[in-house]
Structure formats: structure tokens, C-alpha cells
Design a binder for this molecule. Sequence first.
Ligand code: SF4
Ligand code: SF4
Length: 368
Amino acid sequence: MSVPLRQQLAVGSYLIKQKLKGAKKYPLVLMLEPLFRCNLACAGCGKIDYPDDILDKRLSVQECLDAVDECGAPMVSIPGGEPLIHKEMPQIVEGIIARKKFVYLCTNALLLRKRINDYKPSPYLTFSVHLDGLKDRHDASVCQEGVFDIAVEAIKLALSKGFRVTVNCTLFQGETPDEVAEFLDYVTELGVEGVTIAPGFSYERAPRQDVFIKGVDVKNLFRGIFKIGKEKKRKWKLNHSSLYLDFLAGNQNYNCTPWGNPTRNVFGWQKPCYLLADEGNASSFQELIDTTPWDKYGTVKNPKCANCMAHCGYEATAVEDTLANPLKALWASIRGPKTSGAMVTEKNPEYVAGGKTSISDIPVKVES
Ligand code: SF4
Ligand code: SF4
């Protein structure tokens, strides 16, 4: 576990309070998107396909801080768009830190060198830098040459100034376990605090649909990566719970917990999660919790959710499982994710032919 003790204790005590209160649906990480505008156009991005009037919208400092207060999650992730484009981002970050919330400022790093002096190092602030692989892979993923080198220089600069820095990596088609392992070795050597890693979600709005890895291919890829990690005794610092990693390797059958990472963006509170647009918005966090038809979502319930294994949907599930089954989580943490043997059986989608999942289940009407 790469997260500092102060953060582990704060998040741990928040979770215990929720349990003591008997809260059924509570947030873990607020996904705060104060703008959709970005200075890149990545092949797998589902956030920038909006008309200019939407891309030009910004959440104000007050709207951002109101969202933080309203939601109450102990951690705030600020993705986007590119947050460093927002002129008031330093004030937004300062306000969140003043509330003693842990803020992950996600950035593609193109502007980090220019803007870094607008921020002060703090145990509550982490720059989460987007890197999808080594040079060729990352530059191809973000559809622009030279971005990898800029991001690496920015990481080194931020580390040298005493900032917490993590890397946020999304995996796409064509990756091999060896390639990802080499990437993890590289960022570990750079000295980042940790890496968040997940398969790309198949956004309907992404410019390209052929880049996403799906189903058992994802699980085999992660098994391959973890196997190399075990065999070569790597000390990669993956910023995830042991059970989420076990889930990625096909060893846990989880339903998502979309309210664990509620999303506030320029449209309001997005239903049901960070990944699905076009499902409606709520005007307050409470309205989001009370009016979202949560039962409609999840990989077996909704075709839009098919193949989703994103941490914003499943890390909260893994955390719940950890609280309910601490010995199982401890064992997964000691042995690492299982990399051989049968994977858990996936449930059949309920939306196929009205809940019927094989040809013989589908009634046939014969007319003469
Ligand atoms: S994935 Fe991130 S960096 Fe790439 S276009 Fe989307 S918001 Fe920008
Ligand atoms: S499975 Fe859950 S987290 Fe993933 S897209 Fe569907 S509702 Fe969102």
C-alpha cells in the first residue's frame, strides 16, 4: 500500500464512522470535473466530445467547494478535461486542502511546469499524472508526439519540489504484460508515490472504439502483469486495494458501487457515475443518491456497463468487501492477486433477449 499513513487513517476513520452511522450509500472519492476543455485529444477519451459552449463552461471556486462540502467524501479527484487550464484551480485546490480533504489533481502535465508555482506542497495534495505507458505507447495513446517526455520532466520537477506525485495509467488494446511491467519498473524508478491502473472504459463518446480491451482479455493481461511482478519480485506501488487488484485478475465477482465515486461536473451531479454521460443529472448530491435508479446499472444489468472494470466503479466495492471480509483481504494482500487457475464465472447479462441468455431460453412463436 503506497498511500501515506495519515491518509490511510483519515479514510479508515471516515469508513468506520459511516459503518457506525449505518450509512448504506456513502461516497469515498468525489470526482470533481470543473471543466471538460483539454489541450489534448486522446483516442480513448470520453470527456471532450462536447460543443464549444460546453467546453467553455467552468465550475466556479464556490461551486467546487460547495460540492466538496455537500458530498463529504474524504478524497477528491479532479479530472477533466485538463484541470490546469482552469484559471481558478489553485484556489479550488487550496479550499479543498483547507477542509483537510485529500485532493488528486489529475493532469496530462503539459502545463505543469508553467503552473507548478501556483501550488504549495502539502500532504493533502497529489499531482496524478496521466501516463499510459512508455514513450511510444503513451504518445500514441494521447495522439501527440513528445507528450511522454514533457510528462516525465514535469514529474521529476514536481518530485524535486516536494510534491506528492502518482501516475494514472489506462490500458488499451495491444498492450502486453511485458510492456506494462517495463512501464511499472520505469515509473517506480522515477520515484512516484504510486500508480493507479485500469482498463480503459469503452466510452460511447470516444473518438475511436477499437482501442478498448474487453472481458477475459483484461483479466489475462492483468494476470500476466502480476505474474511478472511476482516472479521478478517487483516492488511496484499500485494505488489500489488488494481485492480490486484480485478483481482485475478475474478472481472476484463484483457489482459496481457507482455512488462510491459521485461526479459533479458543469451539468450538475452526473447519474449514475463518472463514466456514463447522457443518463441525466441531479441538482444536489442528496438528489443524486435519492433519485438515481441504481438498480438499472452494472455489467449484467445494462449494455452500456458491459466490460466496465474501472476503479471509479469497483474500488469502492473492493473496499466494502475488505471491511466485511478483512481476512480475505489480508490473504489477497499477502499472496498478491491469483495469477493461475480458474477465473470466477461471469454472470450472464440480464439485458440479453429480455433476461434470456441462451437461444433455447427464447420463446419461439410458430405461425402457419
Ligand atoms: S484523456 Fe485526459 S488528457 Fe486525454 S483528452 Fe481526455 S481529458 Fe485530455
Ligand atoms: S458498471 Fe457501474 S461504474 Fe461502470 S459504467 Fe456502469 S454504472 Fe458506471
